[in-house]
Design a protein around this ligand. Structure first.
Ligand code: FBP
Length: 551
């Protein structure tokens, strides 16, 4: 076995805290059900597509008593981007099913959904699980972004499960993966396969949430890691007083990560994509807004500062959204012709000649490097890979150009030296905070209890998360509750609704109330690194977003 750090060795001994009902009753819980449920939108369309799994009650675990249970053979996959705590979900699931019956078995399908289709797996034994408890990463079985959505794929999954006698699958993933889990559950029920499907809410992006799913796992740890780094940069900026730092933060679409880090650290400026879309701000207006903050601070003698930019920003700027939509269609339809073009110039000409006039103008206004980044390969869902677009550099360039213009007319006298950063991969595989270690273990254990209760088409739900874990509750929410119809690739399709930052919500209100003061002064907060040993207020606090949302 490779060497492990002293911290990892100490963390291996950490026993995650379970919601009390699971701690007392193990997976042998009884449950209470709500009334028949409805989907968040388009109820008739969703009911028609999911006749076997629509309308199930929300399940809340109550009491329970140990009782004999047959061994359970379950399979598990990790799907999509890494998020801290994934290993603890698997550990909770393993402990849950082996508490039901010591002979239960857990198949870990390798590399995400493709492992399930190709029957590529390892048996997850107690020794393997023990080596990964409370660690970051998804390396125990790996992950992948293959889509699992066609009937032929589902049939292959059934064949593989039947071959091994697997009667339950747990999908640990984000909105797209759980949308696929919902379809798989419906297929399993429709075909009377007897195979249960349960999901767990994963993504650092924090955009898989609703009334029952208070937060997706990994968001807590990732935002704490980024906030530590931002705090360190703010201290450096405030010490050296010579640089403006532009920091791009991961989060494919929603700005929850950027907003949470802003609330934790109080930078001089933060752009929130959802506000940009709501106000239909142009790129030029965003640049003017930021340049104005730089100029005002220069007048106070502060030629330094920190700006946070969400990764998904570019797709929320109306003219860029249209441009990206056209590029996505073009690159999908003419993929072969485009792939064969030999030079970057040929590619630019090819694209320019096929865009609408306004998009052509928006495209031409961008620096060459960004144009090339917008033409890079799409992800399996046909989306631009926003993590590879250097929005922070784009903004630095454009703000710098505008400040130079103002300088020439005497409207600005300051200095604008810059540094750019992108924080994403630094936090995605960090060792889980106590919050994520407990939450993830609870989610995995909840999934086991849902399986024991015979449930299918549910997502594991652990709730009341802003309170200490001794007050957490657990249960399941039907996957169909989260679904609505959306236009994807020219078709109306059922998908789990993504949760964007709500501009009338408390976290955004807190930012809006304070941002002018944070822009003017140096009210930086330095959160420091995640702590595991020490007082609860240092080691266990939930995110500011969760605290405000539940206050
Ligand atoms: P998931 O939604 O699958 O959890 O992934 C989130 C994410 O971390 C985004 O924030 C980011 O845009 C993307 O993954 C990057 O993924 P990759 O490294 O596969 O390009």
């Amino acid at each position: 076995m490779s060497e492990i750090s002293a911290l990892q060795a100490a963390r291996a001994a950490y026993q995650p805290k379970l919601p009390p009902v699971l701690k007392e009753c193990g997976p042998f819980v009884t449950y209470e059900g709500s009334d028949k449920t409805e989907s968040v939108a388009d109820p008739q369309a969703i009911a028609d597509i999911f006749p076997h799994t629509y309308g199930l009650p929300i399940v809340t675990f109550a009491n329970g008593q140990e009782a004999p249970h047959a061994p359970l053979k379950a399979g598990v996959i990790l799907s999509g981007g890494q998020a801290p705590g994934g290993h603890n979900v698997i550990a909770g699931l393993f402990d849950g099913i082996t508490a039901l019956n010591a002979d239960s078995e857990l198949f870990g399908f390798l590399g995400g959904p493709s492992g399930l289709m190709d029957d590529n797996y390892i048996m997850l034994t107690a020794d393997i699980i023990d080596a990964y408890r409370n660690t970051g990463g998804f390396d125990i079985i790996g992950s992948g972004r293959t889509k699992l959505e066609t009937e032929a794929q589902f049939a292959q999954v059934v064949d593989n499960c039947k071959k091994h006698g697997i009667t339950a699958l747990v999908v640990i993933g984000g909105d797209d993966s759980n949308t696929n889990a919902c379809m798989l559950a419906e297929y399993m029920a429709q075909q009377s396969t007897g195979i249960q499907v349960v999901g767990c809410p994963k993504t650092i992006d924090g955009d898989l949430k609703n009334e029952q799913i208070e937060v997706s796992f990994g968001f807590d740890t990732a935002t704490k890691v980024y906030s530590e780094l931002i705090g360190n940069i703010q201290r450096d900026a405030n010490s050296a007083r010579k640089y403006w730092h532009f920091v791009k933060l991961m989060g494919r679409s929603a700005s929850h990560i950027a907003l949470e880090c802003t609330l934790q650290t109080h930078p001089n400026a933060a752009v929130i994509s959802e506000e940009v879309a709501e106000k239909a701000q142009t790129l030029k207006e965003i640049v003017e807004f930021l340049a104005d903050i730089v100029r005002n601070r220069a007048e106070s003698g502060f030629n330094f500062g920190v700006v946070l930019v969400p990764e998904g920003l570019i797709e929320f700027i109306p003219e860029m959204k249209t441009l990206i939509g056209e590029l996505n269609d073009l690159l999908a339809k003419e993929a072969d012709a485009f792939k064969d073009l030999p030079t970057d110039d040929d590619k630019l000409q090819f694209v320019n000649g096929r865009l609408s006039a306004p998009s052509c103008q928006a495209f031409s206004s961008l620096p060459g490097a960004i144009q090339m980044q917008l033409m890079m390969d799409r992800d399996p869902h046909g989306n631009v890979q926003v993590s590879r677009i250097e929005t922070e550099k784009l903004l630095v360039d454009m703000v710098g150009d505008l400040l130079r213009e103002w300088q020439r007319s005497g409207a600005y006298m300051g200095k604008f030296s810059t540094q750019t950063h992108f924080f994403g991969y630094e936090g995605r595989c960090a060792a889980p905070s106590n919050f994520d270690a407990d939450y993830c273990y609870g989610l995995g254990y909840t999934a086991a209890a849902l399986l024991a209760a015979g449930k299918t088409g549910y997502m594991a739900s652990v709730r009341n998360l802003s309170a200490p874990s001794s007050e957490w509750t657990a249960g399941g929410i039907p996957l169909t509750v989260m679904m609505n119809m959306e236009r994807r690739h020219g078709e109306d399709r059922p998908v789990i609704r993504k949760a964007l930052v709500e501009l009338d919500g408390k976290p955004f209100a807190e930012f809006a109330e304070n941002r002018a003061a944070w822009a003017r002064g140096n009210e930086f907060v330095y959160p420091g690194p995640i702590q595991y040993f020490g007082p609860a207020e240092v080691c266990d606090p939930p995110t500011v977003t969760l605290t405000l949302e539940q206050s």
